[in-house]
Write a protein that binds this ligand. Structure first.
Ligand code: SAM
Length: 216
């Protein structure tokens, strides 16, 4: 079994989150949905995968800004899934689909090669202890997995408040033949989440990076 990039958390599900999770209106995609296709869900829109959206506050704001993009938002944390489903419905958005799953498993099992227009990876778990570094999401192996599922010129946007992880992102992606890019100024379209605000309040600097899938 591959190493998990997240720590399983229990977390209480509120009645509002539970109601959002129970409603079966097609927004929540199951891992075993044999009929799932990008074309079927988004009718030909370019599709971006967001890995680890937390509460989904930024996800919804960014989806509202870009109705010309499909968004496949994935996290493993059940209360956050409920929050995002509620937010998407309250905003009346039709371009977002949500999955409660390990995004790496979704990529392996459900996403065809050369099909995604991009990725968003905002504040992935930093796994600061040396013995946990192997759990970080940005590794050469995962960069290859994301690379194979990406279209040429697909973008991979990353942000972190953990300077050593920013270094690792640069080391891994600069050396990877499928990706080229580097550090960028904070993109104006990326809203500040509660997670990011806490980091700023605690005096940590934020690093934004953008990589583009090279042509094969
Ligand atoms: C530190 S939080 C950041 C959340 C959000 N992006 C933000 O900026 O507030 C990292 C999130 O990534 C999720 N996560 C970690 N590994 C994941 C994976 N392999 N697939 C899906 N979600 C994952 C965690 O459950 C958590 O919600």
């Amino acid at each position: 079994m591959s190493i998990r990039t997240y720590k399983p958390r229990r977390g209480r599900v509120t009645p509002r989150q539970a109601a959002a999770l129970d409603l079966r209106d097609g927004l929540l995609i199951d891992m075993d949905d044999a009929g799932f296709t990008l074309e079927g869900e988004w009718g030909g829109l370019p599709v971006i995968m967001e890995i680890g959206f937390g509460t989904g506050a930024a996800t919804v704001e960014m989806a509202q800004q870009r109705l010309d993009l499909g968004l496949l938002a994935i996290d493993v944390h059940t209360p956050g899934i409920g929050d995002l489903l509620h937010r998407v419905r309250a905003a009346g958005l039709t371009n977002v689909r949500v999955m409660e799953a390990d995004a790496l498993e979704v990529l392996r099992a459900m996403i065809p090669e050369g099909s995604l227009a991009g990725y968003r990876l905002y504040f992935p778990d930093p796994w600061p202890k040396a013995r946990h570094h192997k759990r970080r999401l940005v590794t050469p192996e995962h960069a290859t997995l994301l690379g194979t599922r990406a279209k040429p010129s697909a973008t991979w946007d990353l942000a972190t408040d953990w300077a050593p992880y920013a270094e690792q992102m640069l080391d891994v992606l600069d050396a990877h033949p499928m990706w080229e890019g580097g550090v960028i100024a904070r993109p104006s379209e990326r809203p500040i989440t509660r997670f990011e605000q806490t980091a700023l309040d605690q005096g940590r600097a934020i690093t934004d990076l953008r990589y583009v899938r090279t042509a094969d």
